[in-house]
Design a protein around this ligand. Sequence first.
Ligand SMILES: [Zn+2]
Length: 281
Amino acid sequence: MTNCERCGAALDPTALTCPFCGLTTRAGVQARAMEEQAAQSRAGLAAQWAIQQQRASQMDIAKLGTQAMWWSIAGIVLCCLPLGVVGMVMGLRARGRAQAANITVPGTAMAGLVIGAISCVTSIALFTYAAIESQNEQDHANKRVAEIDKQLGKKPEAPTLDHDTACLLGEQYTLKNSFDDKSGYQFENFECAGKLTQTTDSAQLEDLKFHYNSDEEKAFVCFKRGTKWYVDRLATSGCNADATATSASASADAAAAPSATSAPATTHSHHAHETRDARDH
Ligand SMILES: [Zn+2]
């Protein structure tokens, strides 16, 4: 039994206040202090948790921003529209999340946005340019095809195929078709100095050369004759040879090959194809 400090009444030791004068007992003071401490630590924990959450989302947003930036950089380097769009969208998301969380928008997110936008613009410009360029090339090729038709006239109907006619037929066929997985209309600067060999109903023209940007292609033009001479196909290693074996003579030809354009009908063989590869690579 304890007594109240103010009125001296006998108190239950667990009582927090005196039932007679209302004084807070020692036990009461202690209990209140403990309660305050508990509340404080609860608040502390909550605050800590909030900080942790904020830090986590800050890291998330920063990560998103960095990703946005790299997607956009990839977009601008590869000039690929979808990558730039991804970068922009991610940059926007990072910015939105940062603003919602009341965090400074990461610089990477802004970089992702800006670079992504630039990447989109340059991609579109490049695609447009490529489309126009391709259209120009096609128009040019179509014109040339028509021009060759005029130049040829009835020449392909002659019993023997002359060299000029063979060259024109080869060029026309190449422009209309494709070679080495490239559309024919892209080829230009045709050179036709190779040897023409023929029988009554078939012919082969060696070394028809043409260019695509800085690449030089070289083809055998294979002709057939029905009511007139026409190109059956282009071949890389001779019209009669399906699979020419690489032989030692290929390297011997390599030395002579560069002069082939200026000296028509030289004696190099079907292995000329391999020698070109040897020079170019
Ligand atoms: Zn009392």
